[in-house]
Design a protein. Structure first.
Lengths: 201, 201
DNA sequence: ACCTGAACACCGTTCAAGT
DNA sequence: ACCTGAACACCGTTCAAGT
């Protein structure tokens, strides 16, 4: 039974998160924005971390739903794969604070969070498997290949958010570029594996 | 002139960071451990964030030094590349709180931090360039290829620290595995590019 | 130049009490 | 069941003052 107050609190919290980052999300300011006393949240969440975990779970679920929608909508496996990777990037770059929160350190791993994480992971694995069958990605363990792809997207976004990518000022190596690079190399490797590898020095 | 107190404060802070994470690093506890009053830090750092930035800069510099040492020590370009990637992984997995701190959100990007980041980046680019010449990595923009490699290591470590890798319990897809996978695919792609690519459906 | 004690504003959390 | 006001312990930061 998601009470009205609970939803209002979550709305206020996510607004503060987007506007001022994690530090701006204080239980007192959240309560004030929601129009309740500063300790009303404790009737809906055991903890401040529980409130943050609820936000993270919702966001991770949203991402999973977007990925699933792409899988249904796009026609070709190649487009599904590329669009899925780009959805991850766009989401993270649009809501960096949510991205940092979702993949932050959780001393208490909420069950709800784990479920949402597994759900979006399953969709990704499905997309990768289809791409493998279409000859766009190398064959083999789909879980492991999915981990490879997710690690790259995740790392590219994280480095981009800190400014560790393209410090030269020139629009060098955006997360989207790196995703395309990886997909390109993997496609080449896929096609090469069936052919003999030449001798090396 | 790095005063003795300043060094003691940094030591205490990094100890607290490793022991209890970022939240455990309070200026008051740091001061107490250093044997000074709770506001003595303000004579050595303008801010709490400045103290954290100093730690991050030292760590990033340490990483860069380790990478440079590997480049000098290892004989073959292949070993240098692999060892460098593993050094990044080992450092991050051994000191997760330092890793999170170094690549955390910096509202104030200290000059010292930017210098340290560029230094370790330069070493990495150098290693990648050598590996390219040795035919271990695809030719082309070394900066961009370095970004690809760094993004993968970074993302793999980050996901591993949250537990988003190998949630099945089986020792599936460690960061080291993903690094090896990527290097393997890139080597195949390198050798394949000189040969004709077969028609696709 | 470096350090201290008191003080301020803010935060998470708890508790007794109200409806 | 849900909310409130007062209170507690803790934190970052500032300031006047000491050597």
């Amino acid at each position: 039974m998601p009470s009205q107050t609970r939803a209002t609190l979550l709305d206020a919290a996510i607004h503060l998160l987007d506007a001022g980052g994690l530090d701006a999300v204080t239980l007192r300011e959240v309560s004030h924005r929601a129009g309740v006393s500063h300790n009303a949240p404790y009737k809906h969440f055991t903890d401040k971390e529980a409130l943050l975990a609820a936000i993270a779970a919702v966001e991770l679920q949203r991402l999973g739903t977007s990925l699933a929608a792409i899988r249904e909508r796009e026609p070709s496996p190649a487009e599904v794969l590329r669009a899925a990777m780009r959805e991850y990037v766009t989401w993270a770059m649009t809501y960096p604070a949510r991205f940092k929160l979702v993949f932050g350190v959780w001393t208490t791993g909420t069950e709800e969070l784990a479920v949402a994480a597994n759900a979006s992971r399953t969709v990704l694995i499905d997309i990768v498997t289809i791409a493998q069958r279409a000859g766009l990605l190398p064959p083999g363990d789909s879980d492991r290949l999915t981990a490879l792809l997710q690690a790259l997207v995740h790392g590219a976004v994280d480095l981009a958010l800190i400014g560790h990518l393209s410090p030269g000022g020139k629009g060098h190596a955006s997360p989207e570029d790196l995703v395309d690079d990886l997909l390109g190399y993997l496609r080449i490797a896929t096609n090469a594996e069936s052919r003999p590898v030449p001798e090396r020095l």
